[in-house]
Each structure stands twice: as C-alpha cells, then as structure tokens.
Write a protein that binds this ligand. Structure first.
Ligand code: UDP
Length: 317
C-alpha cells in the first residue's frame, strides 16, 4: 500500500512510518515540525519507499499519484504542547482533518484518524468503553485538544456516512517509549529525566489520579491492525487502543525511582485544571475485532524507555 502519514515525524508517527516500511508499504510522511522532529525519521530518509515533506496539513495537501491509505496523526498531543499551541491544536483537529479526509476521498483511500482517550474528558465511568460519551469541559484549557479530536471524530463519521468512505478511528490512551521528547512535559518522560538527573520528581496534586500506560510497540501493533482490518460495520466505530494496567501517578513515580535506582525526592506541584482523575481503557472491542492485547509489561517498557533516555538526558551537573 502507499500510505500518507500526517505527523509522521512525531513520537507515534515515526514509529508508525518505521513499522509500515518494515511491512513492505510505501510511506509518504507529512509534518510541519512544530512538535515533531526530523531526528525521529533521520534513519528513514534514505529509504527507497519513504518520502518526507515539510507541510502544514491545515493547508491544501497535494500528493501526486495514487494513495491507498491516509493516517491523520498530526497534532500536538502532550498537555504542555497543546496548552502552548491552543489555536494550532484546534486547527489541525478541524481544518487538518478536513484536508486529510478530502485527500482520502479524492484518492479513494482508506482513512484512519488518531483520536484520543481525551475524548472521554474527566470520565465519570471507569474503565471507559467506546460507548461512553465522555465528560468534557469545552471551554477549559484542555478543551482545545479534547474538542478538536471530538470534532475530528464527528467529521470522520460524517464522511463515512455521507460519502461511503472506509474510515477508522483509534482512541489512543497514554503511550510511552523511545522518542518521547525529554521536555515534552508528559509524566513518564518527566519522571525518567528527573530521576536520572537526581532532581525532584514533580507530582501534580496528591498523585492519587490514575493513568494506564501502553508501551509504544504495543500501541503501534494495535493501530496497524485496525488500519489493515477488513472493512466491516464494526471497524468504522472508534476503537480504544491502550493498556488497561491502571496506576496512580504516585505509583508511577515509585516505579521510576526503583528502576532508575534514583534517590530523587518528590516535589508536589498544583494539579493542572481539568486533569482527569481516572483513566483506563476498556479494550474488549479491540480484543474481539482485532485479536489485539498489549504484551509488554510496564516494567519491561520502562526499562527500555529508561535505556533510551540514559543516552539522551545527560545528568545535570
Ligand atoms: N503529571 C505529574 N507530573 C508531571 C507530569 C504529569 O504528576 O511532571 C500528572 C498529570 O497531572 C496527570 C498525569 O501525570 O495526572 C498524566 O499526565 P500527562 O501529561 O502525561 O498526560 P495526560 O494523561 O494528562 O494527557
């Protein structure tokens, strides 16, 4: 297949490019490099089935020749990033989804939207099945990301229903692994970098809030299975892909301290506005539809991620 990936030089996008090339596909990677980095795809640049174009997908996208699939992964995704780029986040979710759907329609290509567990907001149901409509503050600080992705889902379903397009929607839960940026502000990268530098770990609030962390290889496997699954009525509905192993933020802090053998203290900071109190995917649909479940344990995934950061986040001092 010839596959266009927007946001292809970001954390998930670059892993996706790599996996699809390994499966024998041709990959066209688009990225405006606001939060993505060419470093993530430097090793792919000479590949004969890989092309990279610096392009902002809120603008018209021109691709010569045929396209078999379009995967829309462009968006700031870390809270720190979308709080810094609120309007760009809304635009890539709205205008960028419109442009990428238009491209897929024009080419007769399959479309896959990278959506998010943030569509559930601060959920009143735990774990979250795809049938849960969520609890989102539209005018809160996080609303720029949550509502952009909710609009993107609505637009994707409208193109599916109105134009008969073959669309898929993955709701991605917290994912970690190599190529997270040391300063992207997310909890796993923050804690690992802080622990390696023997700096205090910044726990927001009391640390009693929960998240469920999926290792990047598992996440990519689930996403690729959803892309390649044969068309069926169920495949057009959103599918949660994440690891249901739920921990409190304090438990993650302790795990990271343990695995890095660090003596860092804990520094409690204010809880950001609308920070979800719980989050855990119900993955029954992915298991039934795709035969997918995560396989990498938190301990193993953290060891690999710590190994990656050891080579990049040099100890301070
Ligand atoms: N968090 C924290 N310390 C940090 C970064 C994040 O305690 O240095 C908390 C944050 O408040 C949230 C959880 O960790 O409850 C996950 O945050 P992250 O930014 O990784 O992603 P989110 O799931 O909120 O999108």
């Amino acid at each position: 297949m010839r596959i266009v990936i927007t946001g292809g030089s970001g954390f998930l996008g670059s892993h996706l490019c790599e996996r699809l090339l390994a499966l024998g596909h041709e990959v066209v990677c688009l990225d405006n490099l606001i939060t993505g980095s060419v470093d993530n795809i430097a090793h792919l640049l000479g590949h004969e089935r890989f092309r990279f174009y610096k392009h902002d997908v809120t603008e018209y996208i021109f691709i010569a020749d045929n396209v078999d699939a379009v995967m829309h992964f462009a968006s700031p995704a870390s809270p720190r990033d979308y709080l810094e780029h609120p309007i760009k986040t809304l635009k890539v979710g709205a205008l960028g989804t419109h442009k990428t759907l238009g491209l897929a329609k024009d080419k007769g290509a399959r479309f896959l939207l990278a959506s998010t567990s943030e569509t559930y907001g601060d959920p009143l149901v735990n774990p979250q099945p795809e049938t849960y409509w969520g609890n989102v503050n539209p005018i809160g600080l996080r609303g720029v990301y949550d509502e952009a992705k909710r609009f993107a889902e609505a637009l994707t379903m409208a193109y599916h229903r109105s134009h008969g397009m073959d669309t898929r929607i993955v709701r991605i839960f917290n994912t970690y692994g190599p190529r997270m940026r040391p300063h992207d502000g997310r909890v796993v990268s923050n804690f690992i970098v802080q622990a390696l530098r023997r700096e205090p770990l910044t726990v927001y609030g009391t640390g009693a809030q929960t998240r469920s962390f999926c290792y990047v290889d598992d996440e990519i496997e689930g996403i690729v299975r959803l892309l390649l699954a044969p068309a069926s009525p169920g495949v057009h509905e959103p599918v949660n892909i994440g690891n249901p192993h739920e921990l409190t933020v304090m438990e993650i802090a302790r795990k990271v301290l343990d695995l890095t053998d660090s003596s860092s203290a804990i520094d409690f900071k204010p809880l950001p506005q609308d920070d979800p109190k719980v989050r855990r995917p119900d993955i029954t649909r992915a298991q039934k539809l795709l035969g997918w479940s995560p396989t990498v344990s938190l301990e193993e995934g953290l060891r690999r991620t710590i190994g990656y950061f050891r080579t990049r986040a040099a100890p301070a001092g």
